[in-house]
Design a protein around this ligand. Sequence first.
Ligand code: B12
Ligand code: SF4
Length: 457
Amino acid sequence: MKVLLVSPNVESLPDPVFPLGLAYITASLEKNRIQYQVLDLCFVQDYEVAIESAITSFQPDIIGLSLRNLDNVSYPHYISYLPFYRKVVQTVRRQSQGLIVIGGSGFSLMPGAVLEYLGADFGIPGEGELSFIRLINDLEGKKGTYGSLRSGTADRPTESIEDLNALPIPDRSGFDNDAYLRRGGMGNIQTKRGCPFTCIYCTYPLIEGGKVRLRNPRFICDEIEGMLGYGIDNLFFVDNTFNYPIDHAQAICKEIISRKLPVKWSCYANPRFVTPELIELMLASGCTGLEFGSDAANETMLVNLGKNFTVKDLRKASAICQKSGISFCHNLLLGGPGETMETVHQTLDAISNMSPTAVICMIGIRVFPETRLSLIATEEGMIGPEEDFLEKVFYLSPAIEDEILPFIEGFSKQNPTWIFPGLNINITVELQKKLRRFGIKGPLWEHMKIGERFRKG
Ligand code: B12
Ligand code: SF4
């Protein structure tokens, strides 16, 4: 069996992101001695020509598509990537008799609906390393009788991989690592899978499951050494929460320090698990910035959103970061259940007083099936029982829907280090390209002060 793996993710904001999920899959194919090639559409000029040429030269039996994102989860400037993916599937069909298999985090959010929309053959929700190999082996045994197997997809991941340390290290060799570093400013790496918390809107437990599974810090650092071999010296830890469990985060920092790995890195963090000792270790191991998934800085809204920390935790974590000199950013989600203009003002004031390096603020929350938010939206009559979640479905509290956008337009003018992706404020492809051309690495929010100069020309 010959497998062509395609990454059709061409989104370049906030940065082009290296297809780490696919690099895990390629490593697994390699380990199982399955012949494969990779086609990454991120930097190609003409996707149809690229697909045609890959298929003509390689003649794959299976074409695996990795769907990382379904849409940009941004309101009001919403982009769905699905129409492009459908064109990719149609182009593949024109060129090949091979079977099309879909996977990826975006796909896993609503596998049945996406499979049907795209008209692909099989879908594998959740982690793909083992299930994809199993499917390939099944297909190998039934060559010529695919009809009976067509359109197979489980609605939910059938299993999660218990021992992440048994997985081979992601194979980055088939990808243009230089382009991702130059244009995206960093590489990416995972230290764990799973999240035990229960924020009402969150899809991560659906993708990775609720049980935390940790990678051994030694293997993580082996992987970093391999990345350094590709010149990747700036990393983002893609875990939903790098600093939970805190002892695992500390062990990783210590391993980086003891090996003297020359890397800079950043991560997502939870304010409840920030201590001065941890931040000290993070700084000493090359950490340049933390992104807090704060969402709100108002007690009622934190409870309504199902967060596991308080405003006091946010203040304390911010103060520790301030004192240490490390950059930090708060991610906000305005407009959840119970939000009023009063709670919005309280959140914005409180966050401003914490003096973060930057703030990334979304307005409205994208609703996905099987989340608690989808139940709330149904109970409140915002969505119907037959809702098509492939469409633009956002929760925006009725109490703020008329006022919030004009208010934010005004607020952003006074707050140049606040980024509003849904309004294209302080985040554009032009600004990003200018900063990257200047050789700036790491997340762009860490460089909002320099960005301000560029924006002024
Ligand atoms: C880290 C992260 C970011 C970081 C990335 C930093 C970096 N340099 O890597 C930043 C902040 C930049 C970011 C940005 C965005 N992100 Co983001 N991000 C994530 C996060 C937390 C982890 C992704 C990751 O690397 N996972 C680790 C890899 C190993 O797992 P994986 O890709 O899922 O791959 C596994 C499986 O999916 C499967 N698989 C993958 N491919 C294939 C292919 C086949 C054939 C098979 C069988 C299986 C398979 O097997 C793999 C191994 O087990 C996810 C949430 C999550 N928990 O998944 C969101 C997530 C992917 N992001 C999401 C979105 C929307 C975005 C943005 C569009 C947001 C925005 N408006 O800016 C941008 C897009 C950026 C881009 N250019 O694509 C969504 C996508 C789903 C959706 N709603 O459409 C997610 C799922 C979060 C969410 N809201 O639900 N993101
Ligand atoms: S928002 Fe973060 S902490 Fe909350 S459930 Fe999702 S991944 Fe876990």
